[in-house]
Design a protein around this ligand. Structure first.
Ligand code: FPP
Length: 257
């Protein structure tokens, strides 16, 4: 059942509001959230999983097509071993414990990033969950794991180069739509809205190609505090933007050109 704010956002009250198809989130601020409470950083990541759970539920309920979550970057491997192990362990637990609820909500799971760089135990569980949920037709939960946008683009370039060398592709074939087919996000629409929590205003090597025309939304809320109301506020902000894709704004019919 959608509450009043969700109804306004989804246009159920007669509004012409558009729900973004694809929302991507940089879940930031777990460490600071914990440190402000004099707790270990891992405590913040643990609380962050509750925000993941609620955000996935809300996204499914609102009818989003894709929710991409930046769970672990390539650069995150450089954090202390116990923090890396702790995040991976939270991921292991989430990916198994949430299977039933994800399935009940008709959610499909995909990943972007170097799954092969994760410990075998984790990648196996992720693959199992992907298989279990593969026939679902609702929200696509796309988790970025060991992800880096520059690497994604390099892999795409390497594969295009290989296909050119093999005579399967001509240099003139390389267009933006063509490159899309070589990225890990192949088949997914580009994000309409990119949210970053914690007050930081940077992209941190996330979906660099795909966010060319995304609307950006920065909130000071730390990820462990991020709840449905914050997602709705971000979507409302998105709905007040005018997306022009480099064109001119729509002129009212009475406006002289
Ligand atoms: C950024 O906060 C957060 C991460 C690097 C990890 C995010 C992981 C989770 C929320 C848990 C597992 C994920 C899923 C999908 C179940 P930070 O540590 O950089 O915070 P800081 O900037 O305050 O230090």
């Amino acid at each position: 059942m959608l509450n009043d704010m969700s109804k306004a956002i989804s246009g159920e009250n007669g509004s012409r509001n558009v729900i973004p198809q694809h929302v991507a989130i940089i879940m930031d601020g777990n460490g600071r959230w914990a440190q402000e409470r004099r707790k270990p950083r891992l405590w913040g990541h643990k609380k962050g999983v509750e925000s993941v759970r609620e955000t996935v539920r809300s996204a499914a309920e609102l009818g989003l097509k894709v929710l991409t979550l930046y769970a672990f970057s390539e650069e995150n491997w450089g954090r202390p071993d116990d923090e890396v192990a702790g995040i991976l362990s939270l991921l292991n637990t989430f990916i198994v414990r949430e299977r039933n609820e994800l399935d009940a909500n008709n959610v499909r799971l995909t990943t972007i990033g170097c799954l092969q760089h994760l410990p075998e135990k984790t990648s196996k569980k992720v693959r199992e969950t992907i298989d279990i949920l593969q026939n679902n037709t609702g929200l696509i939960l796309n988790i970025a794991l060991s992800y880096g946008a520059k690497s994604e683009i390099c892999y795409a370039m390497q594969n295009i180069g290989r296909d050119i060398a093999a005579g399967k592709v001509k240099i003139e074939d390389i267009t933006p739509n063509f490159v899309d087919q070589y990225l890990w996000t192949k088949g997914l629409p580009d994000p309409d809205l990119l949210i970053r929590t914690s007050g930081e205003q940077r992209i941190s090597n996330f979906l660099l190609w795909q966010i060319a025309y995304s609307e950006l939304y920065f909130t000071p809320v730390y990820w462990p505090d991020f709840r449905k109301e914050h997602l709705l506020a971000a979507i409302q902000s998105f709905q007040n933007r005018q997306r022009r894709y480099g064109l001119l704004p729509e002129a009212p019919s009475s406006m002289p050109l």
